[in-house]
Design a protein around this ligand. Structure first.
Ligand code: TRP
Length: 334
């Protein structure tokens, strides 16, 4: 890379509305990591079309997500924030890696099994080879680390297997990426079924706080959060609802679990939930305002989009040229 920093790659899909879980569990960590690593943060719009999308909605959501990355505090001059579809290297490398990935491996991917059950009327080949595109994303930039949630670990393992397989044949072409698992408190659960992860596709609107929810809605959802009949604000496995609210409060305020237990020692759930709601609002409201401000600055955003697509293309081409030589594509005549 340009400097001695290690390379980090991660991406999010612009499908569905992002939740507080996406923010506290992923995006917020990305910001912390951006000093230490040379970061590529992609809006992975190519992944999104494995499921049928309305074109106008996809385009709008992709832009909103890219804006959100910046609004959340990722400096687009330091971090390469870009659309996957703007860098043709992703598709090119994905094709090549497809030829180094076995049907058997892809058949074992639990996300494929889940998604093909959910979209039984559209089990397309893209859905099947989705993890290969993800491998291409990561390997294209020679990423050392990839922050991912547990649900993506299997895909990252596969990425490592593909990279090692390729390196065994052609020599050291790809950096073998390591997962970066976020610290505790990062996994935010559903407000209605606190043993389940907060999800952007949850059918119960009260289960998830969306990043664009108004303060009123956020407060209401926190008030309705499922707790228990124990009546104590203590962090433990027997009180998953309370535990989740403590995690949310802790992530939003920076207070430790101990401090929080002390703060609400003599309080009931009502007071606690209200405090949680206010803490969430205090984090999301500035984020929403900044996103709205950025959205209006079209020229600025367009400039960032163009610049970063060029930067990503430059780095991806380095890898791609090497890969093409190794596998025996004829040299381009210039
Ligand atoms: N598949 C990831 C998800 O759905 C998104 C993703 C695509 C990604 N490419 C990636 C994550 C590369 C990390 C690295 O969450």
């Amino acid at each position: 890379m340009l400097n001695d920093k290690k390379v980090l790659f991660s991406g999010m899909q612009a499908t569905g509305n992002l939740t507080l879980g996406n923010y506290l569990g992923a995006l917020k960590n990305w910001i912390t990591l951006s000093d230490e690593y040379e970061c590529f943060y992609s809006v992975v719009d190519m992944h999104s079309i494995t499921v049928r999308q309305d074109p106008a909605t996809l385009r709008k959501r992709a832009r909103a997500l890219l804006t959100l990355y910046i609004a959340a505090g990722l400096d687009p001059k330091k971090n390469c924030i870009y659309y996957q579809s703007h860098v043709s290297g992703h598709a090119e490398l994905a094709w090549i890696l497809n030829c180094f990935t076995y049907m058997g491996e892809l058949s074992r991917m639990t996300q494929f099994k889940d998604k093909s059950a959910k979209h039984a009327d559209n089990i397309n080949a893209g859905l099947f080879t989705y993890p290969v595109l993800m491998a291409a994303d990561i390997l294209l930039y020679q990423a050392d680390v990839v922050p991912v949630g547990v649900d993506q670990m299997q895909h990252l393992e596969l990425t490592r297997d593909i990279a090692m397989r390729f390196n065994n044949i052609y020599g050291d072409v790809f950096t073998i990426p390591e997962p970066y698992i976020g610290k505790i408190g990062a996994k935010i659960m559903s407000l209605q079924e606190p043993t389940k992860k907060m999800s952007k596709s949850d059918e119960n609107p009260n289960a998830s706080i969306y990043l664009m929810d108004s303060p009123d809605v956020i407060l209401k959802k926190c008030k309705r959060a499922v707790t228990d009949s124990i009546g104590e604000i203590k962090y433990n496995e027997d009180q998953p609802g309370v535990k989740n609210l403590i995690d949310i409060y802790s992530s939003c305020t920076g207070k430790s679990v101990k401090e929080i237990e002390k703060e609400f020692e003599n309080e009931g759930y009502g007071v606690f939930k209200e405090a949680v709601g206010e803490a969430v609002v205090s984090v999301l409201e500035p984020l929403q305002k900044e996103a709205a401000r950025l959205e209006k600055d079209k020229a600025y955003l367009d400039g960032i989009i163009k610049e970063n697509a060029e930067k990503a293309t430059y780095f991806s081409n380095k890898t791609l040229r090497k890969v093409k030589r190794k596998i025996g594509y004829p040299d381009m005549i210039r």
